[in-house]
Design a protein around this ligand. Structure first.
Ligand code: ATP
Ligand code: MG
Length: 378
């Protein structure tokens, strides 16, 4: 079976690697250049979306910030999963918030802002502090403002107004003000749903962010009550979208109550641990779902942590003795995700020990959350 992925980054690469044993041939459409490429070697295989669609049995996506006309063409082919609506929803916070409300899942109070009047209303109804996020194009904490004091209202509004003015998205762009959630921690749930509505969900992962970017994810949670809450919300959202594929949901844990932060209609960075820590990894399960094959078990086979490799950093070879290193073959740039490290153990205590050992091999400023992840396990 031939699978075309919209986007030619590391997620398409890892899908291609996971699909090979099932004879699933994954190619990628680079939406920027219009080239069809091999997702692992990046060798150019052809050009043009129409050619990619003609050769594909199934089309999917590795990211949600894709131009609507591309999504529309893919949808018209009848081969696109999870499909236009799901990708548009994941890429537009306004649609996303509407979906969360429709699915009746707990999420932060919000107000949509198109102009200064809306901004004032948001300050009055949401209250300060509040977080303001762009509706389109936000990722890794980009396109966000934090209003912490009324004294900063003017300058924050000027920034937002300039942002809205400069946006190339026209009417589609706006910003959403959200209440500031005083969470204890951030967790995420990854799961797969197939066309028959069958669902396989992985255990919750605890995520530590640094400057808005995911640093470390730990899959060692044993909290059954939290898992049950997350799974119920996952089912509500996935069913509301009639979703096919892997879907990720990020949550805030506030005193044992989960609140959805956002969804990602695709395989997700906080699910990379499944490559070594789960019976069937998220990349394979995504392909199984979109290719209408039976889903695989999402059971965790051992406590596992994932450490992101971000920017111009070094990873000594000794780390390979202790863990699984996955490089994306990308040129290092500040803030750019260029690989990750999966660390597995037989117990949470052993995982904490291994993370401590790995932390001694890595520079603290380059890998800021490894020690914190270790201590969260004890
Ligand atoms: P991603 O790369 O995950 O797509 P993003 O740029 O789309 O990130 P969010 O996940 O919405 O943005 O926000 C980034 C981080 O900012 C969150 O992980 C969380 O730490 C913090 N944050 C976001 N919204 C809130 C909120 N309402 N209250 C408190 N903190 C928040
Ligand atoms: Mg996020």
């Amino acid at each position: 079976m031939n699978v075309l992925v919209l986007g030619a980054g590391q997620l398409a690469r890892m899908m291609a690697l996971a699909g090979a044993p099932l004879n699933l041939k994954v190619s990628a459409y680079d939406v920027r250049s219009g080239n069809l490429v091999h997702p692992v070697t990046l060798e150019v295989l052809g050009h043009g979306l129409e050619n990619g669609i003609a050769d594909a049995d199934v089309i999917t996506a590795e990211f949600e910030h894709i131009a609507p006309d591309i999504l529309n063409i893919c949808q018209a082919s009848g081969k696109f999963y999870p499909g236009e609506e799901a990708i548009l929803t994941g890429g537009d916070r306004r649609k996303e918030k509407t979906l969360l409300d429709k699915a009746s899942v707990n999420n932060a109070r919000y107000h949509t802002i198109l102009n200064r009047e809306d901004f004032d209303t948001a300050m009055n109804t949401i209250g300060i502090p509040m977080i303001i996020k762009s509706a389109l194009d936000g990722y890794d904490g980009k396109g966000q403002w934090r209003l912490k004091s009324i004294d900063d209202a003017e300058s924050v509004w000027l920034d937002i107004a300039a942002f809205l003015q400069a946006s190339h998205q026209g009417d589609r762009q706006c910003v959403i003000a959200e209440e500031f959630v005083p969470f204890d921690r951030e967790v995420s749930l990854i799961g797969a749903r197939n066309a028959n509505g069958e669902i396989e969900v992985y255990p919750l992962t605890e995520n530590i962010h640094t400057d808005g970017i995911l640093s470390v994810s730990v899959a060692a949670c044993e909290n059954k009550a939290l898992q049950a809450q997350a799974e119920a919300m996952f089912k509500a959202v996935a069913d509301a979208l009639n979703y096919v594929g892997v879907l990720a949901i990020e949550f805030f844990d506030v005193n044992g109550n989960l609140m959805v932060n956002e969804i990602a209609p695709r395989v997700h960075n906080s699910g990379h641990w499944t490559q070594q820590g789960a019976e069937v990894c998220q990349f394979e399960n995504h392909l199984r779902a979109v290719c209408n094959l039976p889903l695989g078990s999402a059971n965790r086979i051992r406590p596992t942590a994932m450490i992101n490799i971000i920017g111009e950093v070094t990873v000594p070879e000794d780390v390979i003795r202790l863990a699984h290193v996955h490089w994306y073959d990308k040129a290092p740039r500040p803030g750019r995700k260029i690989g990750h490290i999966n660390v597995c153990a037989d117990s949470p205590t052993e995982l904490a020990d291994k993370l401590e050992q790995i932390a001694t091999l890595l520079a603290d400023d380059e890998f800021p959350a490894v020690k914190q992840a270790a201590s969260s396990l004890i």
